[in-house]
Ligand binder design. Sequence first.
Ligand code: PLP
Length: 382
Amino acid sequence: MNFDFIQHDVIEQKSKSRYRQLVCNSTTSQDNEIVIDGKSYLNFSSNDYLGLNNHIEVNRALQEGADQFGVCSSSSSLVTGYHYAHQSLEADICQWLNKPKCLLFSSGFAANLALFQALGKSEESHFYLDKLSHASMIDGAYHSKAKVKRFNHNNIEHLTTLLTKANQSADKLIASEGVFSMDGCQAKVVELAQTAKSQDAWLYLDDAHSIGVIGTEGQGSNYFSDIDITMATMGKAIGTSGAFLTCSDDLHEYMINFSRHYIYSTAISPAVAWATRKSIELIRKEQWRREKISELSALFGKLLAPEIELISTESSIHAIIIGDEKKALNVSETLKKQGIWLTAIRPPTVAVNSSRLRVTICANHNSKDIRYLAGCINKAIA
Ligand SMILES: Cc1ncc(COP(=O)(O)O)c(C=O)c1O
């Protein structure tokens, strides 16, 4: 049979307790509930950290954007797909993060591929990625022509050692996530920025899980330091969809001329761009959403059994390491029976023997939800 690895690989996946399948979410409300197969659960697996998905003002802006500009951009940005809605959103993001330029992409995955492929033009480019970097950063880096090195997670000393060994004429890019997606810990942003400066490198941060959540106006890593290039997705705390890159004037001009992912892809929906402007306006002014995440996260840490230790973080993400895949699945199933939706995260998303519960605490949770969750986890893991 042609491509007989397909059946073989799926069978193997099942035997390793790594089998994945789609579940259809039929939730209609704006709160922390999720409805799967007609059953309602408390959702602790959402990336809607600030609870802005389905926000009435964002939905209204989406409708307004559709009425004014249409749902579809109808073309790539460089042909006729770049609308006033996109231009205004880019201007808002530049003002928010204090950056010269911004570019929009259909997803964070595409933006990461675009950036690494554009900068990895030849072996003269050297990329230094944190070991826990997201799959899209790794794919982008290794599919480029650059030389790629991985530094130990959050280890500035190891990074510096690698950088000092590099050819002095190389073009160097340090890359990390601002908040790590599966661990919730934060990058050492200030130290990374200082290292980049002292080693004549650029710093690239993927702020998928920092934007909106970190900083007094949700600026993410740029709250701590002036980051050369930032990528953030709009499908998590921003509550819409797509992604953006902020960068210098020169890099912006280069991407528009040479980034294949940018040039040969339809521009994002102008209606979504318009809705995203409203979402960012709310993110900047509604500090209570970030305060709520902090308060509820502290409560969660306090209520968990003493043997369960959480990494200290300002983010929404709290990883509880279980280890074995099967055990993680069993805990997730037990919680499901108690009305809690908490997906088990398994290899290859995380390292072997580090399967985990990835709890996300969002601004639309309340203290009763957190008490219930902590009680159920304590019982399920004990
Ligand atoms: C760190 C990180 N970068 C990039 C992405 C991809 O972003 P998007 O979902 O917009 O493609 C994700 C997850 O979705 C992520 O967690």
